[in-house]
Design a binder for this molecule. Structure first.
Ligand SMILES: [Zn+2]
Length: 272
C-alpha cells in the first residue's frame, strides 16, 4: 500500500501543476473532478492548467467547464494528435469559439505529433497540428506540445510555423538533453512529469538537472504517469509536489525553490 500523500513544500509556496487532465471521463463525473481539485488545494497546489485535449473534441468543452467552476483552474483547448483523424476546420472553429464563454482559456493544446502510437495517420496529424499553430498565431496564444517519437519533425514544424513567437511548451518532455537545448535555445519551455521519480527515469533526471531554471515547469499529466511512491494509483494534481521534490533533489536545491520558479514560469508563459 502506498503512503498517504503529504504537502511537499512549505505553506505559502506557490505550487502549480502545468498539465493535468481534469476530464470527467477520467474522474467519473464533475463531482469527481471537483474532489480532485479540492485534494490538490489541501496539499498546497495553488493553480492547475486543465488540458482541453486528449479525450476527443469534447475534452475542450469539459476543460472550460472545470475552469469555469474553479478560480484556481485555467484551461487550454486543442486537439490531441491521437484524435487528429476527427479534425475538420469547422470543429476547430467550434473549439476556438469556446474561448468566448470564459475568460481563462490561456493556451491551445495539447497538440503535436505522436509517431509512437500512430493512432491517427501521420499526414492527418501534421495537418491538424499546423492548423492549430496557425490559429494560435492569429489569437496570440501560446501552445502546449505533445511530441512522441517524431524524430525532430515537431520542432521543424514549430520553426516553419514560427510558433516560438507566441510561446511553446513541451509538456511531459521525454527527449534527451540535446533536444531540450534546441527547444530552450529557441525560447521554448520544458515541463517535467512524474517520470523523473521512476527507476527508469535516468534521462529525465538529466534533463531536469540541466534545463535552464527560467525555462522549467512541472506537471502531473494526471491521470497518467503517477509519481513514486504512488505507483498503481491514479495520478492527480495533488502529487505535483513530489515532482517538485525530485527535481529539487537532482538540482541540489529546495523543493520550495523549484516550486516557486516553476510557478512563476507557468504564470508568465500562460499569462494568468
Ligand atoms: Zn496531456
Amino acid at each position: 500500500m502506498s503512503p498517504e500523500p503529504t504537502r511537499m513544500v512549505a505553506a505559502g509556496t506557490p505550487l502549480i501543476d502545468s498539465h493535468c487532465h481534469l476530464d470527467a471521463r477520467a474522474w467519473e463525473d464533475d463531482a469527481g473532478v471537483d474532489a480532485v481539485v479540492a485534494r490538490a488545494h489541501a496539499l498546497g497546489v495553488t493553480h492547475m492548467v486543465a488540458i482541453g485535449s486528449g479525450y476527443g473534441f469534447e475534452s475542450a468543452n469539459r476543460a472550460c467547464s472545470v475552469a469555469g467552476r474553479h478560480a484556481a483552474v485555467v484551461a487550454s483547448v486543442g486537439l490531441h494528435p491521437h484524435d487528429a483523424a476527427e479534425f475538420t476546420d469547422e470543429r476547430l472553429a467550434d473549439m476556438l469559439a469556446l474561448r468566448g464563454g470564459i475568460a481563462n482559456v490561456v493556451a491551445l493544446g495539447e497538440m503535436g505529433l505522436d509517431f509512437h502510437y500512430d493512432y491517427s495517420p501521420r499526414e492527418v496529424q501534421r495537418a491538424a497540428f499546423r492548423a492549430q499553430l496557425a490559429a494560435a498565431k492569429e489569437l496570440n496564444l501560446p501552445v502546449i506540445i505533445h511530441d512522441r517519437d517524431s524524430s525532430g519533425e515537431t520542432l521543424t514544424i514549430l520553426d516553419e510555423e514560427r510558433a516560438f513567437d507566441t510561446g511553446v511548451l513541451f509538456h511531459c518532455y521525454t527527449g534527451d538533453v540535446a533536444y531540450m537545448q534546441a527547444i530552450t535555445d529557441r525560447g521554448g519551455f520544458i515541463s517535467i512529469p512524474g517520470i523523473v521519480t521512476f527507476k527508469t527515469g535516468e534521462t529525465m533526471r538529466e534533463v531536469a538537472a540541466r534545463t535552464p531554471m527560467e525555462r522549467l515547469m512541472i506537471e502531473t499529466d494526471s491521470p497518467f504517469l503517477t509519481p513514486v511512491p504512488f505507483r498503481g494509483r491514479k495520478n492527480e494534481p495533488a502529487f505535483v509536489g513530489y515532482v517538485a521534490a525530485k527535481v529539487a533533489e537532482v538540482r541540489g536545491v529546495t523543493a520550495e525553490a523549484i516550486a516557486t520558479t516553476a510557478a512563476e514560469n507557468t504564470r508568465r508563459f500562460f499569462r494568468f
